[in-house]
Write a protein that binds this ligand. Structure first.
Ligand code: SF4
Ligand code: SF4
Ligand code: SF4
Length: 311
């Protein structure tokens, strides 16, 4: 019997679903062992059951499945309701992508709080004084949550978006009844740049500063970007994006921004990065946006609204 699969998106941009489809023929190879019973990006399956007593309110209902995949964090009551239904109907739940595992970019709003976010997004003068919608839309939660803050999750697969190779490994392993083999190290561990063990510049360079490298030479001839004084978050970011022998951003000669979240699921990218910089003798005052080090992992209450200073 093939495993039944339910896939859903919450506070998601659909990039994770595109990563699933980017398995390409790999997805087709999985199909004899996997029956997709619900996946909004691929099929028009209705959420609300019409069954039940006459006159009864329709209930949100998803099919039962052995495997659930969910992308996106939780920002409103609709996300929460959907997530609880997926958890209830799926034996094994996978949080797919950094929004689901660590809040991702949407959790940046946690630094502002709802009121300020609304003021900036809906009511700012340069947006034409649009009203904050309050009719026919789900009630927002107090902040953006990673899915494991609200329900039990069996496996976290980070990445913005996650690597299709790892998504295929997860699904293949589940079909074969074994534990998936996923990266456990840091982005630095997959990077061929030259490391000499000392950070050259003691002031963090802005992103407007280009790395020093010779485009005619292999990546393995380039000095580590962090050692060049650029804010490369490779040491504190989970590996997983490497293709053709190097992390994606480093291949483009730009620093890692941390999109796979912390190396350990409970790690704190901001604290770990500050430690790495201090140990390298970097002047902390030159880091202009410290909270930005949590731009992909601000759920779990790591990014909070700053308290107003008194007096
Ligand atoms: S993890 Fe990235 S690709 Fe996936 S939903 Fe979030 S923003 Fe989109
Ligand atoms: S800090 Fe960045 S450039 Fe340096 S080794 Fe790590 S990933 Fe590569
Ligand atoms: S190098 Fe860093 S920011 Fe770039 S894709 Fe990899 S984990 Fe994400």
């Amino acid at each position: 019997m093939p495993l039944r699969l339910v896939e859903e998106w919450l506070h998601s941009c659909s990039g994770c679903e595109i990563a699933l489809l980017n398995m390409g023929e790999g997805l087709l190879e999985l199909l004899p062992g996997l029956e997709i019973v619900h996946m909004p990006i691929l099929m028009d399956h209705k959420y609300v059951s019409s069954q039940g007593e006459d006159g009864a309110e329709p209930q949100l209902s998803l099919p039962r499945a052995e495997v659930g995949l969910v992308s996106g964090g939780c920002a409103n009551e609709e996300h929460r309701e959907l997530l609880e239904e997926i958890r209830a109907k799926c034996d094994f739940l996978v949080a797919m992508g950094t929004c689901a595992t660590h809040g991702g970019i949407p959790a940046l709003t946690n630094t502002r709080g709802l009121e300020q976010t609304y003021a900036e997004v809906f009511a700012a003068a340069d947006h034409g004084q649009a009203a904050v919608p309050d009719q026919g839309v789900p009630r927002p939660l107090d902040r953006v949550y990673a899915v494991d803050e609200l329900v039990r999750v069996d496996l976290l697969v980070p990445g913005c978006p996650p690597n299709p190779v790892h998504l295929k490994e997860v699904l293949t392993a589940l079909v074969e009844g074994r534990a998936p083999q996923l990266p456990t190290k840091s982005v630095c561990d997959t990077c061929p740049a030259i490391r000499r063990g000392t950070i050259e510049k003691k002031e963090v360079q802005r992103f407007t500063v280009n790395a020093d490298y010779d485009p005619a030479q292999e990546l393995s001839a380039m000095r580590c970007l962090l050692e060049q004084g650029l804010m490369c978050m490779g040491p504190v970011t989970a590996a997983g994006c490497a293709r053709r022998g190097a992390p994606s951003c480093i291949q483009a000669r730009v620093p890692c921004r941390g999109c796979y979240g912390p190396v350990r699921n409970q790690g704190n990218q901001m604290m770990d990065m500050m430690n790495a910089l201090v140990s390298g003798g970097v002047d902390m005052k030159t880091i202009v946006d410290r909270q930005g080090l949590l731009r992909f992992s601000g759920a779990h209450n790591r990014l909070r609204k700053r308290a107003r200073r008194r007096g």
